[in-house]
Design a protein around this ligand. Structure first.
Ligand code: GLU
Length: 610
């Protein structure tokens, strides 16, 4: 779930390890720890509840020498957040860090207690340390002990083991939680995400499911699930060096909101001509597959689910293909019917979302025609396990609350919808040219939407002392309202709900009073008149309205209604465009409330547990 960093080097690695953890802070965590061994087998373990900075301070107060070490940020799943539960966990000479969950930890704990081990934490992780310690008694090497250990583990994990008596190596296993190996000169590294290591190396290989690897200063040996030595391709990363820096921005979220014009340019690059979508850019044989698609099933969680909900309107209206969207944690445990010629699409920023990954694996068994993912992280599990991966290329997204991943997902989805409609002869050349023109215009339009920054900052004052907010939209702007409400909840902790505006009179209208701001997304489309009636329903009951409206929509502000006038943009890309002021609104409300914008309480970035 959270962060792992490891190093085997000649130089002292404490700084490298904690810097790596710092770069992974964006994932959300509750505690951090490090264990380092020097060449005389002297081990130092430091753990702190709270921020990585506490650990940095601790490593500065106490000189930590040693070239081999493991470090971890924990997002508690078993046992409260506390120093005692923070990783690394130890069993005699063995130290362990672990991401994920060991599902059979209770029975293993009992077995290990029967063998005489005593437990110092409430975590599931500690069983790994004791199991390795036990296996080491018979095994000829640490890697063999880990191989024997992982055979006994059920669940999803990435885990790294260090033996104090032999500081020349680390061993690591991957099963359901990503691990990347970083290659240096006379030193090697590993991490749960390459971002952690970009300041020490650019050369990486990615462990595959079931892999176990041994890392020394000069050598990396990888074994597959059956224990056979395997080669995993080493690739040069071109990820941005400074992805982990805020630059001139106060928060990563703010930086990422402002990066959207560039992110959107990167998403469409090489995929569009002046007036057409290049179907092959979706994948080898994409045209052949898309031609046969009769149904689309989207599976996603959180913000990605909201992107899927917008796309549902597009798939049906622009490509003439029926589309269902479902939350991954529901889909995976439901007895569903697979439609003929159905294309499964998973959406995920990280590509490691546990529920979405499980849904993909299940769908593959259930006979979907093809499985595609729209994802932001190359080499992630969803990317590797899908038939097609359409990368969003938004760049590293660090703020827990997703922004640029959402808008780039939407533009990727719109390209896919267009290609699908074209291959099925539903979208003609004129329509295609109209969509492509709208996509090309979007980065500039978003730049202009970002210039509403100050106006929205002022508006945010009205929300900061409220306990609730209602967001309304119709058609594909209903999921934009859903995303706006999710954003506000996530970072400002204000309770927010989104309704399809036509649904108001069926219940939520009862909530309307002067303490309930109502935000309306009001582009000038064929539903505008209906929306205006819904707005009147709120006004008549004394509600306070904030309407983000197209300049030609004909609204007039008064004491019960503030109008934020937006320039006219294409109907097709308007959902992406209207997302921007919603993001800015949440951001500024959170700023006024003084919440932890980039790492909201209780949340993690990449949700690799169920
Ligand atoms: N399940 C482990 C624990 O609660 C690891 C959690 C994580 O992925 O950080 O300690």
């Amino acid at each position: 779930m959270c962060g792992i960093v490891g190093a085997v080097a000649q130089r002292d690695v404490a700084e490298i390890l904690v810097e790596g953890l710092r770069r992974l802070e964006y994932r959300g965590y509750d505690s951090a720890g490090v264990a380092i061994v020097d060449s005389n087998s002297e081990l130092t373990r430091l753990r702190r509840l709270g921020k990585v900075q506490e650990l940095v301070d601790a490593t500065e107060q106490q000189e930590v020498a040693g070239g081999t070490g493991i470090a971890h940020t924990r997002w508690a799943t078993h046992g409260e957040p506390s120093e005692a539960n923070a990783h690394p966990h130890m069993s005699s000479d063995i130290s362990v860090v672990h991401n994920g969950i060991i599902e059979n930890h209770e029975e293993l704990r009992q077995l290990l207690k029967d063998r005489g081990y005593s437990f110092e934490s409430q975590t599931d992780t500690e069983v790994i340390a004791h199991l390795v310690e036990w296996e080491m008694r018979e095994a000829t090497s640490l890697v063999e002990a880990l191989q024997k250990t992982v055979k006994q583990l059920e669940g999803a994990y990435g885990t790294v083991v260090m033996d104090r008596k032999d500081p020349s190596r680390l061993v690591v296993a991957r099963s359901g939680s990503p691990i990347v190996i970083g290659y240096g000169v006379g030193e090697n590294f590993l991490a749960s995400d390459q971002l952690a290591l970009l300041n020490v190396t650019r050369r990486f290989s990615y462990l595959e499911e079931g892999d176990v690897a041994e890392i020394t200063r000069r050598k990396v040996t990888i074994f597959d699930l059956s224990g056979n030595p395997v080669e995993r391709e080493v690739v040069e990363s071109n990820a941005e060096h400074d992805a982990g820096d805020k630059g001139k921005y106060r928060h990563f979220m703010q930086k990422e909101i402002f990066e959207q014009p560039t992110a959107l340019i990167n998403t469409v690059e090489g995929r569009l001509t002046k007036d057409a979508v290049i179907t092959e850019s979706i994948g080898v044989n994409a045209a052949e597959i898309l031609e046969k698609v009769e149904h689309v099933q989207i599976v996603a969680c959180g913000t990605s689910y909201n992107a899927g909900m917008v796309a549902r309107y597009w798939f049906e209206s622009l490509a003439g293909v029926s589309c269902d969207v479902e939350i991954a944690s529901e889909f995976r445990y439901r007895k569903f019917v697979t439609r003929p010629n159905s294309l499964l699409i998973t959406l995920s920023q990280s590509g490691e979302t546990a529920d979405t990954l499980a849904a993909l694996r299940l769908a593959k068994e259930k006979g979907y025609m093809s499985a595609m993912t729209i994802c932001n992280v190359a080499g992630s599990s969803l990317v590797r396990e899908s038939d097609f991966a359409f990368m969003t290329r938004a760049g590293a997204e660090i703020g827990v609350a997703s922004t640029k991943a959402f808008t780039t997902q939407l533009s990727a989805l719109l390209m896919l919808v267009t290609a699908l409609g074209k291959e099925r002869q539903y979208v003609d050349a004129v329509k295609e040219a109209e969509i492509v023109k709208a996509l090309h215009s979007l980065p500039d339009q978003i730049n202009s939407a970002l210039s509403y920054d100050k106006q929205i900052e002022a508006l945010a004052e009205d929300f900061a002392d409220k306990h609730h907010t209602l967001f309304l939209g119709r058609g594909e702007f209903y999921p934009i309202a859903m995303e706006a409400s999710l954003k506000l909840k996530e970072i400002s902790y204000i309770h927010a709900e989104a309704y399809a505006a036509g649904e108001l009179k069926h219940g939520p209208l009862a909530l309307i009073d002067a303490d309930m701001p109502v935000v309306v997304v009001a582009p000038n489309n064929e539903l505008l008149e209906k929306l205006k009636s819904n707005i009147e329903e709120v006004r008549a009951r004394g509600g306070l309205l904030y309407v983000f409206a197209d300049e030609s929509a004909g609204f007039e502000a008064d004491e019960s209604m503030k109008i934020i006038t937006m320039p006219n943009v294409s109907d097709i890309t308007a959902p992406i465009y209207y997302t921007i002021p919603m993001q800015l609104l949440s951001y500024y409300v959170a700023l006024i409330k003084g919440t932890d914008v980039d790492q909201p309480r209780n949340l993690a970035k990449s949700v690799t547990v169920e």
